[in-house]
Ligand binder design. Structure first.
Ligand SMILES: Cc1cc2nc3c(=O)[nH]c(=O)nc-3n(C[C@H](O)[C@H](O)[C@H](O)COP(=O)(O)OP(=O)(O)OC[C@H]3O[C@@H](n4cnc5c(N)ncnc54)[C@H](O)[C@@H]3O)c2cc1C
Length: 292
């Protein structure tokens, strides 16, 4: 399959990229690793008049880790995330998501910005980022704005990113006190397969280190965007972690998700697996709280 014709730009700064995006309006698309966009273009689902490559913009390839925050440039690759000991130490669920994505060849090209920008409900990176309360920094020729990832996804393929905007970086503030998170995905095969269900769970403990004071459970593949299991989160908050509590939260997540029957699995199987993955990711999260 041949690619349609397009103009190609390779700006060196985000300002230059934003100016080109502004000129073309709806007719230009940013391209990072191209593992999603080029497939869509070859399949004639998209035919932008211009591609604005982001890969030569140094500021988009950065990783900054401090005691308070982790900042990841939008062009940081999935393999770089998977291999980063600094990210594993602070955001192990994000590392787990990165290790689950595609194959080594895909991970070497694919970027965190592209995974978010493609807005697939089955994508491996958004659940952990939403669970960690991550923010996205968007830039256009007229300035910058910050959006919580929780409010970012609008439907399959649709996000908060406007046609003249570029996603610059993802910021994750490190929570105070003890916290932990887990990510798990389920596919038919172990690699190179679209997920049937994926779940990320996050908990943090209060000053006594005994009671859960905040919780997030994020479910993928069971709705048009990643969904929060808010009733399950409320079951956890204010209580001590226990098998029984996590089983109750898992049951609630099962009831809260909105799966459909498709060729990958039946809705009832996906619902049951949301429960299993919620319980398992909460087990991982609580284990991690004791290591901090
Ligand atoms: C064989 C194969 C296996 C795959 N397996 C998985 C998998 O297991 N899990 C998974 O989640 N995904 C998977 N994918 C999908 C894809 O690889 C990922 O979503 C990847 O992270 C996309 O990143 P990219 O840099 O290649 O994005 P691109 O293809 O460059 O871009 C994707 C979209 O995001 C937009 N975009 C990219 N960067 C920015 C930015 N900085 N600002 C604004 N918009 C931007 C683009 O305009 C485009 O619309 C797979 C793809 C293939 C081909």
């Amino acid at each position: 399959m041949l690619l349609p014709k397009f103009d190609f730009y390779e700006p060196k700064t985000s300002e230059e990229a934003c100016n080109i995006m502004n000129e073309y309006g709806l007719k230009a698309k940013p391209i990072a690793g191209g593992t999603d966009l080029l497939v869509n273009m070859k399949q004639k689902l998209l035919s932008p008049a211009a591609l604005v490559s982001l890969s030569e913009i140094a500021e988009l390839n950065k990783l900054e880790v401090s005691d308070n925050a982790v900042k990841i440039g939008s062009c940081f690759t999935i393999s770089a995330i998977a291999e980063s000991a600094k990210i594993e130490k602070k955001l192990s669920a994000l590392s787990a998501g990165a290790r689950s994505l595609g194959s080594p060849l895909i991970r070497n090209l694919a970027t965190i910005g592209g995974n978010i920008g493609s807005a697939r409900p089955a994508a491996d990176i958004p659940p952990s980022l939403i669970a960690y309360n991550a923010k996205a920094v968007l830039k256009s020729a007229s300035g910058e704005r910050t959006v919580l990832l929780n409010d970012f996804f609008k439907g399959p393929g649709f996000t908060e990113i406007q046609p003249n905007e570029v996603l610059i970086e993802i910021i994750i503030d490190i929570p105070d006190g003890r916290y932990g998170a887990g990510y798990m995905n389920l596919g038919i095969r172990k690699a190179q397969d679209c997920n049937i269900v994926n779940v990320a769970s996050f908990i943090s403990l209060d000053d006594t280190n005994e009671v859960i004071n905040s919780a997030k459970i994020v479910m993928g593949c069971v709705g048009p965007t990643h969904l929060r299991a808010k009733l399950a989160e409320n079951i956890l908050i204010g209580n001590k972690p226990s098998e029984k509590l996590f089983e109750q939260a898992a049951k609630s997540a099962e009831a809260e998700c909105k799966p459909i029957d498709d060729f990958r699995a039946s809705a009832s199987y996906k619902r049951a697996m949301v429960g299993v993955l919620t319980k398992r990711t909460l087990d991982i999260a609580v284990k991690e709280t004791s290591l901090r």
